[in-house]
Write a protein that binds this ligand. Structure first.
Ligand code: IMP
Length: 435
């Protein structure tokens, strides 16, 4: 299994960080392929807490090759802070590589993100305000500044000037911000570049080499399928392609290098920010799931919206990503609920039903889930290490999902701990030694 892509199959926050952390032990390279520090996750290892926004958490294995691919947008301030934190925690980061072709988030991108949201008023996307959208816009406009530009002061200054010129009007309210001064910004980024220089590399050949040698590359996605800029709930999406196909462009490998695509879904659904959410539970049960699942954002601290498992959306994610395996996380959060609903179709505003995920925005905004009730379970499942250890109803819940999607379940999260995971089917041989 040389190429394994891990993607979120819902609206993000499915628990990719923990899964990739566990898979990293057997991987020869972990490479992120899109997004930026809009993502985030926390890993607790031997009682110590590590927070990640850009660096793959595989870095916690000493010397492990962990790359930030060309498709990622990098805020060098956030990245250097993350490196400093890891160093302070005495983590060996010699395996870190940053693609020279990755684009940089600049101070004006963050201001434009804020300004853009403020201007939208009630129509806000609810972005993380990290400058992600404006950075990808500049990339597409060919006004982007790349990691390699940090290493040449003259080029850096020229490019910053050229990128800022067309934005003067939008940036007028911030004209006096010292961080927007051309000289100050060039100097600040030059220094950041100097600090990142030992890690800057051509990252695609790293992946080719591992694949040629029969090793395992884990392609780490961020956000989730329904936040994909083409296939998600546009415009309430992020600014990159997050689907599995994006792993190729964002890491620099061909589709023939991908052997397996595993999608991660929580046993229920959550979403942060605005936009349609057909199975949303805007009630006491939704609140109880939020509390039980600690559904508050790692990056922004925002409370996540919660709802029943949406199999219509999940079947769509299965097709769009070409999933070969499904990882169900946080199954334990549902313990104690008598009846679990799963949405198997949508009902539109005029009573029409939709078996497939509707492409039309106005339908999706008003669609509600139609549910099949499944019996819940009350026994603590955190000790389960194989599907057979689960209560009958929990197993039936997983079987229902797997049959509906036509994809085998390969891992199941039964608690927050590293070892609280069921490894089954194709995942069994990737189980970390420590688990
Ligand atoms: P942006 O990516 O900051 O531009 O935000 C666009 C949308 O994607 C907003 O609804 C965010 O809440 C959402 N989003 C971005 N990153 C994540 C993530 O890692 N988890 C969940 N939602 C995210």
């Amino acid at each position: 299994m040389p190429g394994l892509v891990i993607v979120g199959a819902q609206w993000g926050d499915e628990g990719k960080g923990k899964v990739v952390d566990l898979l990293a032990e057997q991987a020869d390279l972990v490479i992120r392929f899109q997004g930026g520090n809009n993502a985030g996750h926390t890993i607790v290892r031997d009682g110590e807490t590590f927070k990640f926004h850009l660096i793959p958490s595989g870095i916690l294995y000493p010397g492990k090759l962990c790359a930030i691919g060309n498709g990622v947008v990098v805020d060098p301030k956030v990245l250097t802070a993350e490196i400093d934190d890891l160093r302070r925690q005495r983590i060996d980061i010699s395996g870190l590589r940053i693609s020279a072709n990755a684009h940089l988030i600049m101070p004006y991108h963050k201001l434009l993100d804020q300004e853009g949201e403020a201007k939208l008023g009630k129509l806000q996307i609810g972005t993380t305000r990290r400058g992600i959208g404006p950075c990808y816009s500049d990339k597409a406009s060919r006004l982007g500044i790349r990691v390699q530009d940090l290493l040449d002061e003259k080029i850096l200054r020229k490019k910053i000037y050229a990128a800022m010129e067309p934005k003067r009007l939008m940036l007028r309210p911030y004209a006096k911000e010292p961080e927007l001064d051309l000289h100050t910004m060039t100097e600040e980024y030059r220094i950041l570049g100097h600090r990142l220089e030992p890690y800057i590399a051509d990252t695609a050949p790293l992946a080719w080499r591992v694949i040629d040698e029969g090793g395992l590359v884990v392609f780490e996605g961020a956000q989730g399928t329904l936040l994909d800029i083409d296939h998600g709930t546009y415009p309430f999406v992020t600014s990159s392609n997050v689907v599995a196909g994006s792993a190729c462009a964002g890491a620099g490998v061909g589709p023939s290098s991908i052997d397996e695509v595993w999608g991660i879904a929580k046993a229920y659904t959550t979403r942060v920010g605005a936009g349609p959410f057909p199975t949303e539970l805007d009630d006491a049960l939704g609140e109880a799931i939020r509390e039980a699942g600690h559904e508050f954002g790692t990056t922004t601290g925002r409370a996540r919206r919660t709802g029943w498992l949406d199999l219509v959306a999940l079947r769509y994610a299965t097709r769009i990503n070409g999933l070969t395996g499904l990882i169900v996380t946080k199954l334990d959060v549902l313990t104690g609920i008598d009846q679990l609903n799963v949405a198997v179709r949508y009902r539109g505003p005029e009573g029409a039903t939709f078996e497939e995920f509707p492409y039309h925005q106005s339908i999706l905004h008003k669609a509600e889930g139609e549910y099949i009730p499944l019996p819940g379970w009350h026994d603590d499942i955190s000790g389960a290490r194989s599907p057979e250890d689960l209560p009958q109803n929990a197993r039936a819940y997983l079987d229902y999902i797997s049959d509906f999607l036509g994809v085998p379940v390969v891992m199941v999260g039964v608690g927050p701990g590293r070892d609280e995971m069921i490894w089954t089917g194709a995942a069994e041989r990737l189980r970390p030694a420590a688990a």
